[in-house]
Design a protein around this ligand. Sequence first.
Ligand code: GLA
Length: 727
Amino acid sequence: MSIQVFEKENIFKLDTGNTSYIMSVMDDGHLLHLYYGAKLNEADLTYLGTPHSRVSFWAIQPGSDYSADSMALEYSGSGTADLRPCSVTTVDEDGDNVTDLRYDSYTLSSGKPKLPGLPCVYLNEGQEAQTLCITLKDAVKDLYVDLYYTVFAFSNAISRFTVIRNEGKQAEILEKAMTSTLQFHGKDYDLIHLHGAWAREFNVERSPISHTTQVISSFRGSSSHIANPFAVIAKKDAGEDSGEVYGMNLIYSSNFMVETELDAFDTLRVNLGINERGFAWKLNPGESFTTPEAILVYSENGLGEMSRTYQKLYQHNLIRGKYRDIPHPVLLNSWEGVYFDFDAKKILSMASAAAKLGIDLFVLDDGWFGKRDDDTCSLGDWVVNEKKLGCTMKELVDDINKLGLDFGLWFEPEMISPDSDLYRAHPDWCLHQKKRNPSLARHQLILDMSRKDVQDHVVETVSKVLSSANIRYVKWDMNRNMAEIGSALLPNERLGELFHRYILGVYSVMERITSAFPDVLFESCSGGGGRFDAGIMHYMPQNWTSDDSDAIQRLNIQYGCSFVYPPSVMTCHVSAVPNHQVHRVTPMKTRANVAMQGSFGYELDMSKLSEEDKAAVIEQVKEYKKYAHLVIDGLQYRLISPVNSNECAFMVVSEDKSTAIVTYVKKLNDPNPCTTRLYLKGLDENAKYRERDTGKVYNGKALMTAGLNLPDMKEDFDSLRMVFERV
Ligand code: GLA
């Protein structure tokens, strides 16, 4: 890892273990992007930076020989000669909507800065990183843009974020503030991204980049089920294990955008940052704005290596708290087992069955507070419904602890039901537009988390419940999109700040609560994966992946999620059959094999399981716990994609390559089937491995290059779990 600055030549070169990133300053002060890709010994690539000479129609700014419209700008201003999608837009009080950015200065430092109020990657003790800050300036406005780049000694990822500083005399409205812009040469690229909907998140879509502007975005107040703040620019020939890919992921949980445009000269520009739609931030003189952080990962060995780089960095340098390093408890969640229909007796019967089967923790989901027996009321009234339970929370938790189980509780702290004591007391605490009736989703409104009084109230009420009993786990849900956005406290001219202020408020509340309760495992949820992003991961090491718990649907969902996020963050539950979302009946074995890919648990009424299923659960829990450390620190390899395929296979290998677990699932069985040959990955090619169930010993290299024939499956949705230990 190193950052070199060649002052005479005005060249900046960032090197990670395997990659180089090169920029230079042109004579007219524009900062050019010259190269990002496989590591190079050469820094002077300025010969690549010469833009097109004079072309009809292209505007040329005074003092320049070339049009900015044909330059590969590292971070582009707006309202100037560059008419492509820009990185930043500012408008001052005189209506000057130009932001003309030229090189000003740089600083180089060791370590990595924190981002105020925002989640970010951090260094552990003894880990090294270097940070370059390049400052650009609009001389007319006295507006400065600091571009931060960090390279790490222990990862091939590059971190970027941007700070926009108003040193001028007038207020500026920031209408667009991208975290990063990247420039690629040529049109030989595909765009890969993750799209979905409630209960069918993380679909991988790959499409050619064309001469148009493509935007992947969320305008829902959260990263959303619909899209994810992640995209890959992949060479057309790139696949799972070969070819050049560039991953980009925003550590952010609200509205975002990834914008690509292939221009008239076949230069591809990619912007990543907060969605400009609905965004306008007032920067008074002396104020600054910090964008969220983006993590860029280049790999010349395809998508698999890119994903492992993200997973490892996030597991060890983004997630925090004690559950970053240790396996998460195996839990039983009450939701699909009993929904709202329970009392203490019912809960104890489920928990007592769970305790006998080796489960560590019982989670009481929605319905324990206010007068909530369905989803029409009580959000905001975080007061235990003792009448419904038949006891206090402390009594219930103590009884569950006596069974040998820890206890966890569901909250939806950012929400407020119109039918709640909180709403009756504070009708202006929700996001709303004064003259309009607000849209409801799931009968609920959203608390205005931009307000300090609301933030304090949420911290106080959630903390009160957590302090009232031995609660070791919290499921933090968020169950709707935003609409009719307005705030009783924010001045009208600052309305464009509300989405971002909301999420800053959420981050602040999460920081306060999670640091006050360091022993509690926090799981994020937003109707499943509606806010499954790297931002929330900084506060909550686990995330309910999808409200679809069907093992076959989960193959696709977990496959897409693995493109960027670590397995330990994915909460995966074995649920009852017929499955509640798709009514499919799958074997218990397969439900467990699929769920063991992430942080494992169950979501069904354990007291109603057959003796055979109970015996299976005992074995599954033992099996999961034996290898649970691999979910935390193993390396994951995708072997067969489930997308448009009847099969799926993935494996995890311990970092020292001594243990590997292969999971194979075949969706529909067929008669007289062809033999499936699986080519394993990530093993020690000089070692021998014994497969646990058959006792057969294989050569590591042979397993990877010659492959392994799998036995025929016996029924629809059958699966196989193979454990290989180095001998
Ligand atoms: C959301 C969650 C579910 C469950 C319900 C409870 O839909 O995704 O897992 O917690 O809320 O209302």
